[in-house]
Write a protein that binds this ligand. Structure first.
Ligand code: IYR
Length: 331
């Protein structure tokens, strides 16, 4: 796999392809970043962007993880002290998950976001941005019903972070794309360059396959789950024998979240997936690629129950080191 393929595999969107191609020509020492609002423990959504960070490190990039403490505060995620404690635990979980410690820099937003130059720059962006544009940028990130002034400042700070952290590539889930598009528009007005962005896909709701998996509603899989909890959640997942499920009774589109997790979480981390089956059901199945597993589920050669049981085992392997680290930290 060449550098461009590794950088862009499983991406839902890159902005723009030409810009990413230019980065891929000389990836060594280039810097990518993701920011996370510290809250709770890592879940499958965090891990999807973490998989992309691991790809980027494999391609030669250095990675900055922004523990966006001020952003979490602006977005109503708790007191500053709680947020800082959560952030410290997050760092440990990312390293346990498999990020290369030598190529990962952790930064707190509050380290630089209160500097005078940053604050003045921020006010400059505020002058260039309408309230409605800032609100729109937050539509998939905002917590709570009423838009607060803090939530209008939030995306402008996220835009400015890209400059202050001196990054070549901004990474985020698709829910971050409107913030990044705002950043591409507004930063040049402050004489900064438009940032290059890469967005990872969102996984569908585990139980219904409708809409997007959310950390606040529905079932999510997190670093705290025991092997039994993972098994139970995956067994209860929506998994028709199809990569392209029929819409539900109301005509709403559905995805197959079990396949999505194989594609975005398991195959990027293991070379071969073995689905164990007793001999009387045909014996073990071995897959070297996601496409082969998808084809077998589609054709009926792989039963959803067998796919789920293999998925639960692989997910457990992936989260076990982080779960162990959390246990040590809490002991
Ligand atoms: N908006 C992100 C958190 C965040 C991301 C970046 I990249 C920043 O520079 C700042 C904040 C979230 O929804 O978690």
């Amino acid at each position: 796999m060449d550098a461009y393929e590794r950088i862009t595999r499983n991406a839902a969107e890159v902005v723009t392809e030409e810009e990413v191609e230019a980065l891929a020509e000389e990836p060594d020492g280039k810097r990518a970043y993701v920011g996370y609002e510290p809250s709770g423990v890592l879940h499958i959504g965090h891990l999807l962007t973490a998989n992309k960070l691991i790809d980027l490190q494999d391609a030669g990039f250095d990675v900055t993880i922004l523990l966006a403490d001020v952003h979490a505060y602006l977005n109503d995620k708790g007191s500053f002290e709680e947020i800082r404690e959560t952030a410290e635990r997050m760092q440990e979980q990312f390293l346990a998950y498999g990020l290369d410690a030598d190529a990962t820099q952790f930064r707190y937003g509050s380290e630089f976001q209160n500097d005078e130059a940053y604050v003045l720059d921020l006010h400059g962006l505020e002058r260039e941005t309408s309230i409605s544009r800032a609100e729109r940028a937050m539509s998939e990130i905002k917590s709570g019903e009423t838009a607060k002034v803090s939530q209008a400042v939030y995306p402008l700070m996220q835009a400015l972070d890209i400059e202050y952290l001196d990054v070549d590539l901004a990474i985020g889930g698709m829910e971050q794309r409107k913030v990044h598009m705002l950043a591409r528009d507004v930063l040049p007005k402050a004489d900064y360059e438009a940032p290059t962005c890469l967005h990872t896909p969102l996984i569908a709701d585990l139980e219904t396959g409708v809409g997007k998996m959310s950390s606040s509603e529905g079932t999510n899989i997190s670093m705290e789950d025991s092997a039994e909890e993972i098994e139970e959640k995956v067994n209860g997942a929506f998994c028709p024998p199809s990569a392209d499920p029929e819409p539900d009774d109301d005509g709403v589109e559905r995805e197959n979240p079990v396949l999505q997790i194989f594609e975005y979480h398991v195959f990027p981390r293991v070379d071969t997936v073995v689905v164990e089956r007793p001999d009387e059901y045909g014996g073990d199945l071995t897959y070297d690629s996601y496409a082969a597993l998808e084809a077998d589920l589609d054709s009926g050669d792989l039963h959803p129950a067998d796919a789920k049981s293999a998925l639960a085992d692989y997910l457990d392997d992936l989260i076990a080191p982080g779960r162990e680290r959390l246990r040590e930290l809490r002991a």
